[in-house]
Design a protein around this ligand. Structure first.
Ligand SMILES: *[C@@H]1O[C@H](CO)[C@@H](O)[C@H](O)[C@H]1NC(C)=O
Ligand SMILES: *[C@@H]1O[C@H](CO)[C@@H](O)[C@H](O)[C@H]1NC(C)=O
Ligand SMILES: [Zn+2]
Length: 445
């Protein structure tokens, strides 16, 4: 069943009244009384779906076709040294593992990636695996994980306390810079979001799920050629601290592979699903050349999270999501750095909230935000977002940086005998990093 936006607007008007120079939203609730929202917005999109219509029971609205399709063989001129876009007619299911579940670890590909990780000499901390139902994120409070939670600072488990290491990106360094990110696509409503971003000339970072790339590879090509940054969000979206080392390697390896197959380049940033990373997951990611990118968090309960994801399931109302956005704004106004906030392009509701409310409000914010992909807020070019085109002189590959900073240790003589890889400096760095193991204070990238 499909409704046009016009029909929705006509059927369900949200009263918008002037309020202190800003717009204040009110709505009729089912009992007929008017409910005031607990926030006001500097601007909204005139064609937005009314707030009162954005909920878990919402009928599907139309998905849009990609308004700009990528042309096979064209060369992305905005990435120096990028290869031509691969010519694909169809991806073959037989070439990839099944969607939405961790891949087998005995395939030739995964065995090769496991060997490559070994060859780096990385020491993977021997930490107990956490427990989670496949689709649940908040595993910090699960009784089964109480011991790990008690040890969350030592193992630097972000989910449980917000610990980051020097290698993690958790904010943009410059005040008012917003590293705009969308997770979990590419999905049916991603083109709707991209149309709005193009209209406003906004570029973002998309953390994509490998097995969804399989079904939506044209969308991924269009995102990449539209100068958005593409980064990794695993193959199946399981919580990584619940998986074995080999399964984590498979999650990241298959994501790297399918993106390279579709784009010709390999991302060098990843976001762990649910932000679920500890030193074990971190060591594997870094050894695979992937920088963990979190979202900004000022304390255990002060994450820059719009909570947009849960409108679809009904656990969060659109009011609560937009209140979450307003609290992101309040925090962004007070901190000395820029920020990265959590948003998603997977559901109709997340896209409607972003294009109808959050982004218009952000664009009207004074002083103005500089909205950009994460790689750019780190003062790097889009070329530095991909392994093949990264400028290794000015932006050394992350594993080398992490070893030099003591975030990971290497044992023995790594096969890649890079002269700067020194186990001794790594050990010294571990000690000096103790000060960075803060349960939630700002960690600089
Ligand atoms: C706590 O974490 C540290 C650092 O990763 C680890 O060496 C230690 O074994 C852990 N202790 C427990 C009880 O899990
Ligand atoms: C940087 O090093 C990687 C290998 O780690 C290589 O694939 C890439 O081409 C190098 N970047 C440039 C610009 O040469
Ligand atoms: Zn996710």
């Amino acid at each position: 069943m499909r409704f046009s936006r016009q029909a929705l607007l006509a059927a369900l008007p949200a009263a918008v009244v002037a309020h202190g120079g800003r717009q204040h939203h009110a709505r009729q609730n089912p009992s007929g009384s008017t409910t005031s929202y607990t926030f006001s917005l500097a601007a909204t999109n005139p064609t937005a779906v009314p707030l009162s219509a954005i909920n878990s029971l919402q009928p599907s609205s139309a998905t849009k076709a990609l308004h700009s399709t990528a042309v096979a063989g064209s060369v992305p001129t905005f990435i120096s040294g990028a290869p031509p876009l691969p010519a694909i007619t169809a991806l073959r299911a037989a070439d990839y593992p099944d969607p939405d579940k961790p891949a087998p670890t005995d395939s030739p590909e995964v065995k090769r990636w496991i060997q490559e990780v070994k060859d780096t000499g990385v020491v993977i901390p021997d930490l107990s695996l956490n427990v989670a139902a496949p689709a649940t994120g908040p595993i910090c409070t699960a009784p089964e994980n109480a011991a790990a939670a008690a040890n969350s600072t030592a193992r630097c488990w972000w989910t449980c306390g917000g610990c980051t290491r020097a290698s993690d990106i958790a904010d943009c360094p410059t005040k008012l810079d917003w590293g705009l990110t969308f997770d979990d696509g590419p999905a049916p409503y991603t083109p709707n979001l991209m149309e709005y971003l193009d209209e406003k000339q906004i570029k973002a970072t998309f953390f994509v799920v490998g097995s969804r790339v399989f079904y939506n590879w044209q969308t991924l090509q269009s995102q990449y050629m539209g100068q958005h940054q593409i980064a990794i969000h695993t193959w199946s979206h399981y919580a990584l601290t619940t998986l074995t080392n080999e399964q984590i390697i498979a999650e990241l390896g298959w994501s790297k592979k399918i993106i390279k197959d579709v784009l010709g380049v390999t991302p060098n940033m990843m976001r762990p699903p649910y932000g679920d990373i500890d030193d074990r997951v971190r060591a594997i990611s870094l050894a695979m050349g992937l920088t963990p990118v979190m979202w900004t968090r000022l304390g255990p309960n002060s994450a820059f999270n719009t909570n947009d994801f849960d409108i679809h399931s009904g656990t969060v109302t659109v009011d609560q999501a937009l209140s979450g956005w307003k609290s992101v704004l309040d925090k962004a106004n007070t901190i000395d750095t820029g920020f990265i906030a959590l948003e998603h392009d997977i559901w109709q509701q997340t896209v409607e909230v972003a294009t109808g409310y959050i982004l218009p409000d952000a664009l009207a914010h004074q002083p103005a935000f500089k909205i950009q992909p994460v790689v750019n807020c780190l003062a790097r070019t889009m070329s530095d977002a991909y392994v093949e085109t990264n400028n290794n002189a000015t932006n050394p590959p992350v594993f080398k940086q992490a070893v030099d900073a003591g975030v990971v240790k290497v044992s023995g003589k790594p096969k890649d005998t890079s002269p700067a890889v020194s186990a001794q400096s790594a050990a010294g760095g571990i000690l000096s990093l103790a000060g960075l193991m803060l349960g939630g204070l700002l960690a600089m990238p």
